[in-house]
Design a protein around this ligand. Structure first.
Ligand code: HPA
Length: 243
């Protein structure tokens, strides 16, 4: 069984043939919402909405540990996360779907490890390749089967939020090597790694990041909802073509 973590614009997965829902509690507190179990094209899936079903949790308020722990308890073989991003690289324009291959973590103050406390061992998990190559290939193959163009590879900068960035911050991320910016891939990806779960991301570009739009005035977040709604149809078709 695979897990899907839905982000902004994907609080529900309409193509999922739902079998049941389950409330799960964890030693780290409550996940964002109940887990939804079902099937897409014969594949068993468990779905969780990262921000809660009513999108009530901001990126820094999400209990990433509880979400990842709850999914691992279901014996999933991997996690496909979906998240919205602002495009930094020129070809990452609103509506694009990207399968990032690397990330840079700029978040702070989040509960970012399962290994804390005197009763826990000191663990330094390898994070050389934060996204699973095998899952990325599976996503790319699914996108090809579904006829959905995707950008294969890119570096995701994860910011703390919830505010958007300044132009100088985006310029810095670009100098650092980032192609897109979002607020939720970390510590999610690292926690999945700590539990040995392969993790890959479908990043959906909802807007040009600060200073990257033609107008330069401000980030157009007002139209990103409609852009994301459209792009999530592509995401669903990709998920529907997984095998
Ligand atoms: N910045 C940070 N996170 C985001 C953005 C952005 O412009 N768009 C969607 N998530």
């Amino acid at each position: 069984m695979l897990a899907i973590i839905g982000g902004s614009g994907l609080a529900r997965l309409p193509i999922l043939e739902i079998t049941h829902r389950q409330v799960v509690r964890t030693p780290f507190g409550d996940p964002s919402c109940a887990l939804t179990f079902g099937r897409i094209a014969g594949i068993n899936l468990v779905f969780i909405a990262r921000h809660g079903y009513g999108h009530s949790l901001a990126p820094h308020e999400i209990n990433y540990r509880a979400n990842i722990w709850a999914l691992q308890q279901q014996n999933v073989s991997g996690i496909i996360a979906v998240g919205s991003v602002g495009g930094i690289r020129q070809d990452m324009s609103p509506g694009s779907v990207v399968i990032p291959h690397d990330l840079i973590d700029y978040t702070y103050g989040r509960k970012h490890t399962f290994f804390e406390g005197l009763d826990k061992p000191v663990v330094h998990s390898d994070f050389t390749h934060p996204y699973s190559r095998e899952l990325r290939l599976r996503l790319k193959a699914a996108a090809d089967r579904a006829g959905i163009p995707v950008i294969d590879g890119g570096v995701y900068a994860c910011t703390q939020g919830p505010r958007l960035e300044t132009i100088a911050e985006i310029n810095r991320f670009e100098r650092d090597g980032a192609d897109m910016v979002g607020m939720t891939a970390m510590p999610e990806a690292a926690l999945a790694r700590e539990l040995g779960l392969p993790y890959a991301l479908l990043a959906v570009v909802g807007n040009h990041s600060a200073g990257r739009a033609e107008s330069h005035h401000r980030v157009d977040f007002s139209s990103s909802g409609a852009v994301l709604a459209q792009a999530m149809k592509s995401v669903e078709r990709i998920l529907g073509a997984l095998c």
